[in-house]
Design a protein around this ligand. Structure first.
Ligand code: PAF
Length: 295
């Protein structure tokens, strides 16, 4: 990176990784990278990085010429009784992983930098935010859309990469980008799973050994549904019951939803079709886990 036009940017080095923590500095740096004609790829995260995030960061490195990763646990996407305070944080571990991949800059703002006193402007993707997680986490997607738009305006990426595990989040962001004419390519990448099928998630860290064993039932339920659909069953009620039976066998009763919906519009349906989304959210111990598959 030619540093001369960037002398005024306050950048620190943590374990030889360049870290920017101020909005203005990040914008100045991104403007200068863009002026130099380089493609900025971006992976927004809330830290506690696992192999799922790593796959996004590696893809972003492949797709762009200047790679920025943000780490920011965004308070506005957590409800009052949710896990904002106890959400896994491991900055040292995160920076170590990031260093191994080789990222150009980590954007690491604190909460007051992003939400200064008097902040009052939010973005909502009105219909897509309503079903599935939106029903159980009021305000969650408003917080997500708002922080992602803010990060886009700060980091100014050409390409941004998200995981398909948060499928509803991904399509909400794609819709926001389309509706607001943002010139950013959004790429979604497949879920990374443990050997027994459990989708990787920062919240898996909350599981006890016993709960961890039960948690694999989430992906088993989804797989049972996709398998039954492949065998010719397409009545949604019946398919969902098959999935619920699997969850219940593993003592998972606290199910927010197990649903089949249109994979693009998230509309509910009675007859399943290829391309539909099967999505689940359930509590296993104290961890609220989500997972999904396509039919
Ligand atoms: O998926 C996440 O980790 C978060 O929702 C995101 C996109 C970084 C916004 O805070």
């Amino acid at each position: 990176m030619g540093l001369s036009p960037l002398q005024s940017i306050h950048m620190t080095e943590k374990d030889s990784i360049k870290v920017v923590d101020k909005v203005n500095d990040m914008q100045t740096l991104s403007n200068s990278v863009r002026k130099g004609g380089r493609i900025i790829s971006f992976v927004p995260t809330m830290g506690a990085l696992h192999e799922g995030h790593i796959s996004l960061i590696r893809k972003a490195k492949e797709k762009g010429e200047f790679l920025i990763v943000s780490i920011f646990v965004n308070p506005t996407q957590f409800g009052l009784n949710e896990d904002y305070k106890k959400y896994s944080r491991d900055l040292e571990g995160d920076l170590k992983k990031i260093k191994e991949i080789g990222v150009d800059v980590v954007f690491l703002p604190d909460v007051n930098e992003i939400y200064p006193d008097g902040f009052e402007t939010y973005v909502e993707v009105e219909e897509l935010q309503k079903p599935l997680c939106g029903q159980f986490r009021p305000g969650h997607f408003k917080g997500v859309a708002t922080i992602v738009l803010k990060l886009f305006n700060i980091v100014k990426p050409d390409i941004a990469i998200f995981g398909e595990k948060d499928y509803q989040q991904l399509i909400i962001i794609q819709k926001m980008v389309r509706d607001l004419h943002l010139e950013i390519e959004i790429i979604g990448l497949p879920i990374i799973r443990e050997d027994d099928g459990l989708a990787l998630s920062s919240r898996n860290a909350y599981l006890s050994k016993k709960e961890r064993k039960h948690a694999k039932a989430l992906s088993e339920a989804l797989r049972e549904i996709t398998k039954s659909f492949d065998q010719g069953h397409n009545e949604v009620k019946d398919l969902i019951q098959r999935g619920r039976d699997i969850l219940n066998k593993s003592l998972i009763y606290d199910i927010d939803y197990l649903e089949i919906r249109n994979g693009r519009t998230l509309e509910s349906k009675e007859e399943a079709q290829s391309g539909d989304l099967v999505a689940v959210a359930a509590k296993v111990g104290n961890a609220r886990l989500i997972d999904n598959m396509k039919l």
